[in-house]
Structure formats: C-alpha cells, structure tokens
Design a protein. Structure first.
Length: 460
C-alpha cells in the first residue's frame, strides 16, 4: 500500500514539481522503472492496434537543446487554414443556433470523441457519495464548514478493481443557503511538500490564497483529486475508472483517455453537489492548471452543468491550437509519456498523419463550451517558458468567438494578441497572461472580477 502510494505520487507528479523533491530512494526508482515498463508495453500495444510502426518524436522542452521546440513567432504559422466551426461537413454554413446545436456541434463532438479525447463508455457504473467527515474550522480568518468526501464507484461487474473519487468541499460556515463553488483539480503532493512561495515582504500584508479570495466573496471551494480515480500514466490505463469499465483490458483506439476520465469524475462531484444544500449547484465552476488545465477545458466542453471555467496554462491538448508550430507539439502529447491523456487514435497524428490532418482543432474545443464563460489563463513566457504557447491558447479562444456570437454572446472581442497583464475580459471568452510562472495564482483576482458578471451569491 505504502509503495503504491509512493509510486502514484511520483508518477502523477509533473516534472516541474518533481524537481522540487530531491533524490529518490532505490525503492522509488525500481517502482518507477516497473511502471515505465508497463507504460511502454501499453503504448506499444496501442501502436499495434493502430498499425503504426513509427511516430515522429516531439521537440525538446529545453530551450538550449539542439531540437528545442520552436519559440520564434515567425515560424509558428505553418498551417494555412483551420477547420471552420461554423461549416458543416457537407459544406453548408451554420446560420442558426438550432443548426449549431442539432447539426454542427454533434459533428465536432464526434470528431473529438473518436480522434482526440476518446469516448466515455455507455456503461460507466454509478457512484455512491460518502461524507467521510464534516468539521467546523477556519481557513485563515474565514470560518468554514469542511467536508471530506469519497465517491465509491460500483465495481460489482469487476471487483478486482476498486475506484474511489476523493473530494473536499469548504463552504462559508455562516452561509444560510447554497453558495457558488469553484472546484479545482488538485495535484497530490507528498507529505511535507510546500509550493515555493513568493518572497515575503515586511510591509505588504500576505495576499489571500485563492481559497480565501473565494470565501471573502461568500463562495465556497472544492478540490477534486483526479489521480484518485485515474492514474496519470499509461501503466494505469488498465486500472482506475478506465480499467474498471474495460475489466482490466487495454483500451481500444477510441476509448477515453485520462482527460475525459478526470472530467467524468468532476461531473460525478457535481452530481454530489446537487444533493448538498450548502452548494448552489447551478453556480459551480471548474479550474485547473497545466494537464488539469486541459482537463478543465474538456470538462467545460462536455459537461454543460458547469457554469464557468478557469483554464490555466492548458497548452497542447488543451486550448492551444494543435496546428501551431510553437512550444509543445502534438508529437509530444502523442509520446509514451503523455498519450494516456488522450484517445489512442490521437497518436496517429504523430505518424503517419500530421496535425493538419486533424478534423478539428482546439478552437472548436472552446466552441463546445459556448455559450458559457471561459477564462483562458497563462503565465509570462519569460517566467513560465514558451512550452505552453500562450499565443496558441489565445488563438484557441479567439477563433471560437464566431460560435459564441452565433449564440448571442460575445467572443474574445479581438484577434490581436495582448501584451502581458492586459486582461481581455469584455467578452464571454476571456484571456490574460499574468507576469508569474506556471500557476493560475496571479490571475485569480481578474478571474473573479470577470466571474462576478455571471455568478452571484444569493441574498440570504
Ligand atoms: C508537461 C507537458 C504539458 C503539461 C505539463 C503539466 O510540461 O508537456 O503538456 O501540461 O507537463 O501538466 O505539468
């Protein structure tokens, strides 16, 4: 059990965080080696199913490497066109909201299901939520009611795999009725791990954490732990919720990947919120960073009950255009290190096909969120790095604008990429690059100002 925990922690941990942990023990090393062998075997069997013998390698994330990812804007636009979210496959233009909902949107969903993120199976078992503990406590100066929850997935059809969704919920202690809640996809950190904090100043008061900013407004917050129900590696694809539904067998090429599995869990958390009178379930938003930024975009696209999305540094596989030759590429996500996020079919676009062969692109993922508000967040290219491709994410939002406009909303409002710290928040698709690193942290105040236009604490 302990070793399982360690391996889950290590493999679920992105490299940018792993760097903070120091040396590994020999036990941890051998566990990782075993997991990697299992991942490689799963990857190879997926390539065999796809009848692919070779894939193109992605560029390096190290800007000094000889094969460094492109960071030159002049070389980024190697594509000549993007799929049009408002043209049907038969060539007809989509002119009405009805045609969007009944004809075009289902076409786009089908393409994303089959080629990019995979399909959620029809027979996913139900979840029984258990409130493990409820406690009155404080978060800083804010009295809260804190609940620890576990969603037990019914595994009667395959008892060898047990799946539990871990969730926590904090709501203002004095709230008289259900409050709006932002749910965050939470990374699991080893005991004692602390995120590096900005240097403290003796004059300025410590800034409010994102949780406290929410409590200050009378909202609550929740954290869902995606790796509790689907591991963040290829080795785990025959386990977790994906493995349970497949009865421990490997995926088919259009089966769901981890991003859709994580989003499925977020939907189940929302089912729970609908039963908890402390939550206003019609006003629940979702937030996540990096791989969980991708999961946030997928969640918003596929789950209409989420009211608002805060999509942090989602990069390739998120809202960054797949066709852009800048920063991380399709080939990277299609590699054995990251393919588990996606449908197996996604690997085809790293050989023999090309990203330009994709029937959809990331702007259409944003379009699937319409008409609900989405805030696309990024750090500073100089601090966060260019791997996430901030401009590619901006364009993913900007090119979704026509769909929002068709539905009577406002898109991004411009096609001009703004300077750092210039918030584009006049429309329903928002964008801001903060001046910090790989975090949504500095964008929370701007996100919350924007969210105020949509989400309200009900009068008591
Ligand atoms: C890597 C990966 C990204 C991902 C990030 C993370 O950098 O290439 O696609 O978003 O890890 O999740 O931390």
């Amino acid at each position: 059990m302990k070793s399982l925990l360690i391996s889950t922690l290590l493999l679920a941990t992105p490299t940018w965080l792993l760097a903070q942990f120091g040396p590994r023990t020999p036990e941890q090393d051998s566990l990782m080696a075993r997991q990697q062998r299992k991942t490689q075997a799963d990857y190879r069997s997926m390539l065999a199913q796809l009848m692919i013998t070779e894939t193109r390698p992605g560029p390096s994330g190290n800007p000094k490497a000889p094969n460094a990812a492109n960071a030159d804007e002049a070389k980024a636009t190697t594509y000549t066109s993007l799929p049009d979210p408002l043209t049907l496959k038969n060539g007809q233009k989509v002119k009405s909201a009805k045609d969007w909902w009944q004809k075009r949107r289902p076409e786009i969903v089908e393409d994303f299901d089959r080629e990019i993120y995979g399909r959620v199976p029809a027979n996913v078992p139900g979840v029984r939520w258990e409130v493990v503990s409820t406690k009155d406590t404080v978060d800083g100066a804010y009295p809260i009611k804190l609940k620890q929850l576990v969603g037990h997935v019914d595994n009667a059809t395959y008892p060898a795999i047990k799946v539990d969704i871990e969730l926590m919920l904090a709501t203002p202690a004095k709230a008289k009725s259900g409050v709006p809640v932002m749910m965050s996809y939470g990374f699991r950190f080893p005991a004692g791990f602390r995120m590096p904090q900005p240097p403290s100043s003796t004059t300025a008061p410590p800034p409010l954490s994102w949780q406290q900013q929410l409590l200050e407004k009378g909202w609550g917050y929740a954290v869902i732990y995606p790796t509790s129900y689907q591991a963040d590696n290829g080795a785990g694809l025959t386990e977790g919720i994906i493995g349970l539904v497949n009865k421990g067998k490997p995926r088919k090429p259009d089966d769901w990947g981890a991003l859709r599995a994580w989003a499925w869990g977020a939907s189940r958390a929302l089912d729970y919120f609908e039963t908890d009178k402390d939550v206003d379930a019609k006003q629940v938003g979702i937030e996540g960073l990096s791989r969980y930024g991708k999961a946030t975009a997928v969640t918003m696209a596929y789950e209409p009950r989420f009211a608002i999305g805060f999509i942090g540094s989602s990069g390739e596989g998120g809202v960054k255009l797949h066709r852009r030759t800048y920063g991380e590429q399709v080939e990277n996500v299609a590699s054995s290190a990251e393919y588990h996020w996606m449908a197996g079919n996604f690997i085809k676009y790293a050989g023999p096909l090309k990203p330009t062969d994709m029937p959809v692109d990331a702007h259409e993922l944003v379009a699937l969120c319409a008409p609900r508000p989405v805030f696309i967040s990024s750090g500073s290219p100089d601090v966060e790095g260019r791997w996430v491709d901030a401009k590619g994410m901006f364009l993913g939002g900007a090119y979704a604008s026509p769909v929002y406009e068709l539905l009577g909303k406002k898109g991004m409002g411009t096609m001009d990429y703004p300077p750092q710290e210039t918030a584009l928040v006049s429309g329903d698709i928002a964008f801001r690059q903060h001046s910090g690193g790989h975090t949504t942290g500095p964008n929370w105040p701007t996100f919350l100002q924007y969210a105020d236009r949509y989400i309200r604490v009900k009068a008591k």
